[in-house]
Design a protein around this ligand. Structure first.
Ligand code: NAG
Ligand code: NAG
Ligand code: NAG
Ligand code: NAG
Ligand code: NAG
Ligand code: NAG
Ligand code: NAG
Length: 602
């Protein structure tokens, strides 16, 4: 399946909920000396589940990301390939699944262990982009060769914030005025080492990058500059939940709810369980003497952890607000594609579990938002002569006004209300696109391996071919599928066209044994004995835990340890495993066949 590549002749500006048409050609319009291709701002947030205002209104305070949502498209069914940072990142950066990258832990580098696979930033670099990495993009350490895959992926030395060195330091306030290494860790930033925090340093660095690019492009002597691919990786809300203490004020403890399903799923096989050792290792949780491996964490502490996860997200949103408004101030908002997503989810007490390390929805489902400022769509091209006035107005208006989440709530509500009234007063064509709070939503199934080919399509550079079953010798290919068509088409009839929408997406998680042990969360390759392969379809999730051949990097399909089946329409919280219900035996047999077929193909 192919579609006509975008040719930058007629532009549709997607801003403040409005799609309007411009009749000018970028090539002749460009004031700056940049070639006409779009820049890419690639934002990946560590351990972020869809805990954002634009995903769950009224629960989370993220006005800046909400604005991005209101100008772009948000995907409500996006999934990570494995709910662990290292494997997930190597997977989406190479567009191959963990069985191909051979990375399920953080202890090998794919170019040595699996194949010399081309990465997403490397591909952009090889097509003339200037690529840069700020913060946690690759998982640092062995899994990116201790150098963020240099020299292949980046045009300049990757930046890491110096204060990440204090990640596990005893800097959190606790009893007796002493400092601890806690999971719950609101801080007075001025008293922290170097008086800052890692994500603040990364934001500053990314803003400096944008200023430098803007200066370079405006300097009259230079030849056209390359477009940029700027990847920014935020550390929060990864543990420890360390953030400026003011953000706690946004979530008074009494308003923080507990998970409604604080119990194991009925008939849950024990191999599915993750004992959240990363919480247990912290001073504050240790002090609670929680029993291993099932806990539970006391309710009052559950509330504190949830409160701090929320606060850490609002802090991260604040940083992203600064970054986006800088993108605009430097004049890049109208020619930069923005993608923002989480590397995997995080359980917040659901099933009495915490953290990632599983195949449940809470661990595999991620937020994914794409903003494309100018898109070519032949239907819009027909209307191109309309409304030059409106276009001018739009360009003058701030695309990303920074919103301080610590201001009283009515501030952000005012801007939301203004957006909605603009929607209401627009023409029919415009109004049709204005959904509540603006922006578009898609519930098609997508997965993080799809990002690589999608960004290629959006930026107009060659999309990698689909990988054959054994791709170890092939440098450039993808195990994903581009969803650029979904982004370009807001026509809901087209969105239902199943010939290019996936009917299932896949995640997996390794275990050292059927029964939970200390290494169940993060087994090393040599310890892996079981692999849980999980297939997420529109209405259900089917997971099969099978024996694993760690030398061949394959599941042993004849050695089934356990199965899970959740009907998500009736049971979105995955509380009732129906895999052993005799009424569904035929269905389970069919799903087992499909899952095996798909996993053996890739
Ligand atoms: C790996 O691929 C890169 C280009 O993608 C190439 O420069 C390098 O030489 C290759 N390494 C090996 C060992 O083949
Ligand atoms: C944070 O620490 C600084 C320096 O010690 C102090 O001046 C300031 O009052 C503290 N802020 C709060 C809110 O405690
Ligand atoms: C945990 O155990 C330690 C020593 O066994 C004890 O001093 C402490 O009071 C216990 N804490 C709780 C919350 O039960
Ligand atoms: C994008 O914005 C810049 C600066 O605000 C402006 O100079 C340029 O003309 C705009 N480009 C387009 C295609 O609208
Ligand atoms: C995959 O291909 C490589 C090189 O083409 C080969 O060495 C390897 O044995 C193949 N693997 C399998 C499982 O067939
Ligand atoms: C669905 O998509 C395919 C491939 O792009 C296209 O050929 C077909 O006409 C589409 N069907 C409908 C009903 O739009
Ligand atoms: C088994 O499935 C049937 C059909 O969906 C349902 O009516 C029944 O409640 C299920 N049994 C259990 C124990 O969940």
């Amino acid at each position: 399946m192919d579609f006509i590549r975008w040719i930058p002749i007629f532009h549709i500006l997607l801003a403040a909920n409005l799609f309007l048409c411009i009749s000018q050609n970028l090539k002749t319009e460009a004031v700056r000396h940049q070639d006409s291709r779009h820049n890419v701002l690639f934002i990946v947030v560590d351990d972020l589940r869809p805990a954002l205002g634009c995903y769950e209104v009224s629960k989370y305070i993220t006005p800046n990301i909400d604005q991005l949502c209101s100008m772009g498209i948000k995907f409500s069914n996006a999934y990570a390939q494995q709910a662990l940072c290292g494997p997930s990142r190597v997977s989406f950066l190479t567009s191959r699944r963990p069985d191909t990258t051979r990375l399920y832990d953080v202890h090998s580098y794919w170019r040595h262990a699996a194949g010399n696979f081309t990465t997403l930033p490397q591909h952009f670099k090889e097509h003339g982009y200037h690529t840069a990495s700020v913060g946690k993009v690759f998982h640092p350490g062995k899994s990116s060769n201790f150098n963020d895959d240099q020299p292949y992926s980046w045009s300049e030395k990757p930046y890491h914030p110096s204060t990440q060195a204090y990640k596990n330091s005893k800097v959190c306030a606790g009893p007796g005025g002493r400092k601890y290494s806690n999971i719950v860790c609101p801080v007075n930033v001025t008293q922290q080492p170097e008086a800052t925090l890692p994500d603040m340093q990364s934001t500053r660095q990314a803003m400096q990058f944008l200023r430098d690019r803007a200066r370079l492009e405006s300097s009259p002597s230079t030849a056209p500059t390359a477009p940029f691919f700027l990847a920014v990786g935020y550390h929060k809300p990864h543990v420890p939940l360390k953030y400026p203490e003011q953000f706690l004020d946004l979530y008074p403890l009494s308003t923080v709810p507990l998970a409604s399903n604080r119990h194991y799923p009925e008939h849950m096989p024990l191999v599915a369980w993750n004992p959240w050792t990363d919480l247990r290792d912290r001073d504050d949780v240790k002090e609670l003497n929680v029993s291993f491996p099932f806990g539970p964490l006391p309710d009052d502490y559950q509330r504190l952890v949830r409160q701090s996860y929320y606060a850490a997200i609002s802090y991260m949103d604040d940083q992203i607000g600064h970054l986006l408004s800088s993108l605009e101030t430097q004049g890049f908002a109208n020619n930069t594609i923005i993608i923002l997503f989480g590397d995997h989810g995080w359980a917040l007490g659901e099933h009495q579990e915490w953290s990632k390390y599983s195949n449940f929805e809470v661990a595999t489902n991620v937020p994914l938002i794409v903003y494309v400022p100018i898109i070519a769509w032949s239907r819009f091209a027909r209307n191109r002569l309309q409304s030059v006035e409106k276009t001018k107005l739009l360009l003058e208006r701030s695309l990303f006004p920074y919103i301080n989440p610590l201001l009283p709530p009515h501030h952000s509500m005012t801007s939301g209300a203004r957006r909605e009234s603009e929607c209401a007063s627009g023409s029919d064509r415009v109004t049709a696109r204005c959904v509540r709070k603006g922006g578009r939503q898609s519930n098609v199934l997508v997965e993080l391996v799809d990002i690589f080919p999608t960004l290629c399509d959006l930026a107009g550079i060659p999309r990698p071919p689909t990988c054959p079953t054994n791709s170890s010798a092939i440098r450039l290919c993808t195990e994903g599928r581009s969803f650029a068509l979904v982004i370009r088409n807001s026509d809901s009839r087209l969105l239902k066209n199943h010939t290019w929408v996936k009917s299932a997406v896949f995640s997996q998680y390794p275990r050292p044994s059927n029964f939970p042990v200390a290494t169940s969360d993060q087994p090393r390759l040599r310890e892996i004995a079981v692999m849980g392969y999980s297939m997420r379809c529109t209405h259900h999730r089917y997971t099969e835990w099978i024996g694993f051949d760690k030398n061949m990097f394959r599941g042993i399909w004849s050695d089934v340890r356990a199965r899970e089946l959740y009907f998500l329409d009736k049971d979105p919280g995955e509380n009732h495993n129906q895999a052993y219900n005799k009424s569904h035996a035929t269905f389970v047999a069919k799903l087992a066949k499909q899952l095996r077929y798909q996993m053996e193909l890739s």
